[in-house]
Each structure stands twice: as C-alpha cells, then as structure tokens.
Design a protein around this ligand. Structure first.
Ligand SMILES: [Mn+2]
Length: 353
C-alpha cells in the first residue's frame, strides 16, 4: 500500500518538475556598451509579451559592458521579473577567426551556445540578435520540436541562391543567423563547436556572412526551416515588392538570365514563406539593414521598435519623433522604387518591341 502511495507521489513530483521545466525559456544574446539601447529594447519587447507562465532566462554574452549597462539590463525586470546572467566573451576565444571589417567578432559567440548551455543543464536555447523586437510570446518559437535536427532558422534568400551551385549536395537553405533555435544537446554530442570553427577558417575570405555559411556547411540538411514570421526582415518585404513590380520581366523568355534569377527568387520566397506574412503577424521583427535608433535609418516597421523603446530607460520623446520622420523617408524610397521600375519596364518594352 505504502509503495502505491510512493508511486503516486513520485508521479506527481516528477510531472510537476517536468512541467515546471517546460516553463523555462533560455535565450542567449550578446551586447557591448554601444549596443545597450537596442539590446534593452529587444529584452523589453520579449518580457512585455511573455506571460506569468514563462520564466525567462537571458544569458548575455558580454562583449564589453560596464556596471551601468548591467544595471540597466537588470532594471528591465520592472516590466516582468526575469533572470539575467553575463558570460565573459573575450576576443581571444575566437582569435583564429577573421571577420569582415565592419562586423564584430561577437558574431561567433553563437557557436559557443551549446557549450555554455551545459552550465544551465538545458537541451535547447534561442539565439536572439539585439537588433530585434519580439512582438508576441517567444514560447511559440521555443516550443518548436527540433526532433533530431541541430537548428531551426529562417532562410536567407540571396545567399541561399548563391550557395546552391557551391553546395550541390545540401538542399537546406542558408539561415539568417539573427534568430536561431539550437538543439544544444545534439550539437554537443556531435562536437559541432569544433566543426564550426574549422568550417569558418576554411570559409574566411571566400564568403560574406561567414557564420551563416559555416552553419550551413556543418549542419547540412539537419535543420528545420521556420516561416518568415519568426525572423521578419525588411529585405523580405523589398523582395516581395521587387517580385511584384518585375513580374512582367520574369515571364519574358528573351531575358534568360534575369528571368532565371527572378524565378528562382520567387520559388524560394514561396517555398520558405508558406506561412509568411507581410509583417503583420510577425513574431520577431529583425532590423537587419535599417536601424531605427540611427538617424535617418528607420523603416515602416520602426513604429514597433519605438513602441518597446518606451518601456526602457532610454525612452525619449524626441527620438520617437525622429522615428516618425524616418518612416516618411522610407515611404518616399518605396515610391522611388516603384517609379524607377515603371520607367525601367517601359524602357524594356520599347527595347524588346
Ligand atoms: Mn541582426
């Protein structure tokens, strides 16, 4: 009789442990002092959209944060309590690797996520760039079942198209490295850190993204393709406009090279964007190119960033005004693109007539 009670008690305890574990969400990020404002905005967005069911853990790679920066990040717990810890990440950890002039060495920090995750005893983790906002519950991404795959990510269209002739044996796309879900357990078991470091050394000077191509090379087809809504970028929006505007060109067999390129782009956009959005039901907005916090660099998605800026100690009314102006500049640019393409199409018609 006693043993039955013991079994019931054990089941109750283990189920409560299991369910409490699934409530924990582990997110790795990285920042230095220069990036403290966007990093705060990303965390503020993440926290304000999580519920009391989730316990958020932010593991922050420290690329050069001072005490004040750390205090600012900790103060975001006023929005919703969360856990934050800092991981020392000095350049000498990746001293054999080269990056493009303008890119920080911190892009390689994500290679170390599975290794670092051992400290926290976690099987999976999210990497989140600091130039993002999370516009819904991050659990939706964290709960994706990775099964036997190493990574889940959102595809890069252009670099995937460029990589196809290079990596014939691998059908998997190149992922944008701004938002990735890692199967830490499997990556550790298969020694992926060493493989990634070796692949990066091989690829340097040959490719632009380096980390993204290295992931592609090492992970092969063992990945899950996420819909664009998990990592929505302005470039995707521009591709959509581009493809709409140049539809006539894609159907013109007299321009084989251009036609082929556009067709491939369309196929990839359709294939990878099955449940793609126009940015409306976006879970994660990624400000890859235009940075809302930089003067004159806003986009039509900046409003989202300013919404979360208001939750941080950096909130400044004047800055939000600048965000509004940026939006108008972006709209004007779009009109310019439409006009240029119309002129181009007209010229093309005359040329081909
Ligand atoms: Mn980014």
């Amino acid at each position: 009789m006693l043993s039955i009670y013991r079994i019931i008690l054990f089941c109750l305890i283990s189920s409560s442990v299991a369910s409490s574990r699934t409530e924990d969400i582990h997110i790795f990020m990285g920042s230095d002092s220069n990036y403290i404002m966007p990093t705060s905005v990303a965390i503020a967005s993440l926290l304000s959209n999580s519920t009391s069911r989730e316990v958020i853990y932010v593991h922050m790679f420290d690329f050069g944060l001072n005490r004040r920066d750390r205090e600012i990040l900790r103060s975001l717990a006023d929005i919703k309590p969360f856990n934050i810890d800092f991981i020392h990440f000095a350049q000498d950890r990746v001293r054999d690797l080269k990056v493009c002039k303008s890119w920080p060495y911190g892009i390689f920090a994500k290679y170390f996520i599975p290794l670092e995750s051992k400290k926290y005893n976690i099987a999976k983790a999210i990497w989140l760039d600091s130039d993002t906002v999370v516009n819904g519950n991050i659990r939706e991404l964290y709960d994706i079942n990775l099964r036997d795959n190493y990574i889940a990510g959102s595809p890069q269209i252009i670099s995937t198209l460029l990589a196809i002739p290079l990596v014939q044996e691998c059908e998997s796309p190149i992922f944008n490295a701004g938002v990735l879900l890692f199967n830490c357990k499997k990556m550790n078991e298969d020694g992926m850190l060493e493989k990634l470091l070796a692949a990066t050394i091989k690829l340097q000077d040959k490719v632009i993204g380096i980390d993204e191509e290295a992931f592609h090379k090492v992970i092969g087809n063992n990945s899950i393709i996420l819909p664009f809504k998990y990592n929505w970028r302005e470039s995707l929006c521009m591709f959509q406009i581009f493809l709409k505007v140049f539809r006539d060109v894609t159907n013109d067999e007299r321009l084989p090279v251009v036609t082929r390129m556009f067709k491939l782009m369309q196929i990839k956009m359709d294939e990878y964007g099955k449940s793609s959005s126009d940015g409306i039901d976006t879970l994660i907005q990624h400000y890859c190119f235009t940075k809302p916090w930089k003067l004159g660099q806003g986009s039509e998605y900046s409003y989202l960033w300013y919404r979360y800026l208001k939750l941080t100690p950096f909130y400044d009314f004047r800055q939000c005004m600048i965000g509004g102006i940026n939006n108008d500049i972006w709209k004007a640019l779009k009109i310019c693109l439409w006009t240029t393409s119309s002129i181009y199409k007209l010229g093309l018609k005359l040329f081909l007539a």
